[in-house]
Design a protein around this ligand. Structure first.
Ligand SMILES: Nc1ncnc2c1ncn2[C@@H]1O[C@H](COP(=O)(O)OP(=O)(O)OP(=O)(O)O)[C@@H](O)[C@H]1O
Ligand SMILES: [Mg+2]
Length: 248
């Protein structure tokens, strides 16, 4: 049985069909990619799964349960964690404080929450920055903090929205290693990413969307060689010496 099923989901903003009848299915333990041009509806689809938006139509089924229209805090309690494309940590609070906020969804005991937060901060190489104020972090560290805060909620599925944007190639590699480790511990990952070398190397399966509609889904190899995907998103130079990053 699929862990997450997105069934014919649409989200309209007035006349704009930001997500238009998208269906996809993610198995437990997969790393599943979602790609497409800017404005394709990727973050909106995440927001429908995470409860930020109720879909206009369609259903979100998690672990066999219809969770369509559930509120974000209930989705989080269900153990779906998420990061935001635009990170907004509590700037005047420490890295530890920010990560502990996530851990409080599972316990009201402060020291337990802080222990959990420290554990994930170490995993994301932020252990030695626990006492630093969020506003003093580099972009890369802010991205790491965003992932750590989401992981501190102890999710069994993690939605990651462009967590590697702005990272240097070695930082991307480091993040990929952490993702593989998280997956090996049983967390299913659903990720949006424009850095093709990253998403193509870790994903088991990828869905491509454009103008809110699904173009196709398949393995990274199938997606990379699909004429429709090359035309809509990857461009002719992809795989022919391009930098593997299609961000506009
Ligand atoms: N709250 C909103 N109200 C109105 N329109 C919105 C809203 N959120 C998103 N949109 C529009 O929906 C479309 C899809 O946006 P979305 O942010 O989901 O794209 P995306 O695929 O995540 O793009 P990017 O790669 O640039 O992050 C865009 O046209 C966007 O302007
Ligand atoms: Mg987006």
């Amino acid at each position: 049985m699929a862990l997450l099923e997105v069934r014919n989901v649409s989200k309209h903003f007035g006349g704009l069909k930001a997500v238009d009848e998208v269906t996809l299915s993610i198995e437990k333990g997969q790393i599943y990619g979602l790609i497409g041009p800017n404005g394709a509806g990727k973050s909106t689809l995440f927001n429908c799964v995470a409860g930020t938006y109720a879909p206009t139509m369609g259903a979100i089924i998690y672990d066999g349960r219809d969770v369509t229209g559930w509120k974000p805090w209930d989705i989080c309690k269900l153990r779906i964690g998420r990061t935001f494309q635009i990170v907004k940590p509590f700037q005047s609070r420490t890295v530890l404080y920010n990560a502990t906020v996530g851990a409080f969804i599972r316990t009201s005991n402060r020291s337990e929450a802080e222990d959990r937060a420290m554990e994930v901060l170490r995993k994301f190489h932020l252990g030695d920055k626990a006492g630093v104020l969020a506003k003093n972090l580099t972009i890369a560290d802010r991205k790491r903090l965003e992932m750590a805060r989401a992981m501190a909620t102890d999710p069994e599925m993690l939605l990651m929205d462009e967590c590697m944007a702005g990272l240097r190639p070695n930082e991307v590699d480091e993040t990929l290693d952490v993702l593989r480790e998280i997956r090996s511990q049983g967390v299913t990952i659903f990720m949006i990413e424009h850095i093709m070398r990253a998403i193509m190397s870790v994903s088991d399966k990828i869905t491509v969307i454009q103008f809110g509609r699904k173009i196709m889904d398949g393995t990274p190899g199938e997606v990379a060689n699909d004429e429709r995907v090359i035309k809509a998103y990857l461009g002719e130079s992809y795989g022919a010496g391009g930098d593997g990053n299609v961000t506009a």
